[in-house]
Design a protein around this ligand. Sequence first.
Ligand SMILES: [Zn+2]
Length: 257
Amino acid sequence: MKMKKAGLVILLISAILLPQLITTAINSILSRDIELPKNNLKFPRPTGAVPRNILENKETNIFKISALQEKSPLTIEFIIDPELTKSIPQENIEENIKEVAKQASSIFLTQVGRRLEIGKVTFNIQPAEEINGQSVFGFEILNWLGKLAQTTDFIVFVTGKEIKSITGESKSGYANVKRHESDYIKSKESTILYNSDIKVIKKVLLHELGHNCGATHIDDDKTIPGAEKIESIMHSKITSELKYDPKSADAIKQNCG
Ligand SMILES: [Zn+2]
């Protein structure tokens, strides 16, 4: 009996309370529904346009990355004449060569579009017998370098010995200039005379690498009137200019750009 009474009481309470509960629930659902459009106005739902924008941004980024992805640097092996280390400490030579390569690289990048990078600096390679005199022919150095195992784009012998041209003239550098039929093609070997002034070594290095990349002396160019007066890294004599003239730059870019 007691249970029956209690059941009746619960039923009665439910009958009174239920409509109120339902109304509250409906109101709360309605109020949420009313708020939704407000949210939609403030924060528009993503439409098809959003993912497309993201894609476009991605494409722009990819484009930017590819523009920054420049060509790999051209590597140089510097072989230091062991004779040179008898008068100048090895660390000083190495430090200067690194600085020269760094500065030459930024010039090469601006004017040719490629960086230069040291592959290695070697101190312990004994040059061939014919290169051991006080003065040596440049072509003999190049012949010897040509026979060495080469793992870099360029190989440069740095010496304190007098470098002579075939006609016996004293030179501050000497480089291989390769020709295939009527075209100049890339070569690797060159030699430079060490100088305590890194600005001088830098100019000579850029000049000899210019030859390796197929440029000849601009002042020897008979097709350009007044060519001997053009200031250029590719002038046969060291000038104050730290720029390749346009014709030389074109030849260098062709082979090394
Ligand atoms: Zn030259």
